[in-house]
Design a protein around this ligand. Structure first.
Ligand SMILES: [Zn+2]
Length: 198
């Protein structure tokens, strides 16, 4: 190792875990300093009221991700954990609808199991399908919102607005939103895989 740049050299396979971690940390800091200024500049950002702050260091070193507009919806305490999980998958476009399965090369029946539309996509299944659209309409009517169902981004924006309400029925409505998404997904699975009824 003598005379070798420790940042550039390969981590030896026989290195102990502590040496391995130190070398990995050095590389990480090196990466950050090369993209965000010198180490001195970075250390300046970790100082608060003239003192080095662990909190500032954590904030500075932590990767920065763009804020998602539905954070308040997913973090709402009144939403049932199972519904929250399904909603998380839906908002991240991770529910395995037919269009996704086909993109993975899987040969599955393409049509929407609820209305026989040519291709099942997440947007179609959750909002555009006449069957689920009718379910949302009834839910909105019950909630006292007399408006037509919008496309997915509009409805998610409404749910986020409900979740941000600190009083009134905001908690109930955002919980209901997550529940309807889950009910649609489970109903779709029941019909597709177990020939059940929605
Ligand atoms: Zn449909």
């Amino acid at each position: 190792m003598k005379g070798i740049d420790i940042i550039l050299c390969q981590i030896p396979s026989n290195a102990t875990w502590i040496i391995r971690k130190i070398m990995e940390a050095m590389r990480y800091v090196s990466t950050i300093t090369s993209t965000h200024g010198s180490l001195g500049d970075r250390l300046e950002e970790m100082v608060h009221n003239g003192k080095f702050s662990i909190k500032c260091m954590y904030t500075t070193l932590r990767p920065q991700y763009p804020k998602v507009r539905w954070k308040s919806l997913l973090s709402h305490l009144e939403i049932h954990p199972q519904h929250k999980f399904c909603l998380w998958l839906a908002l991240h476009q991770r529910l395995p609808t037919v269009d996704k399965l086909q993109s993975f090369g899987l040969d599955v029946p393409k049509a929407c199991i609820l209305c026989a539309a040519p291709v099942e996509t997440l947007t179609h299944l959750l909002f555009d399908c006449p069957i689920t659209n009718s379910l949302w309409s009834r839910m909105l009517k019950w909630a006292g919102e007399h408006r037509p169902i919008g496309y997915s981004q509009v409805e998610v924006a409404h749910a986020v607005k409900w979740a941000k309400k600190s009083s009134g029925n905001g908690g109930i409505l955002s919980s209901l939103f997550a529940m309807v998404v889950t009910v649609i997904w489970r109903g779709r699975n029941l019909m597709r895989f177990q020939r059940g009824q929605f």
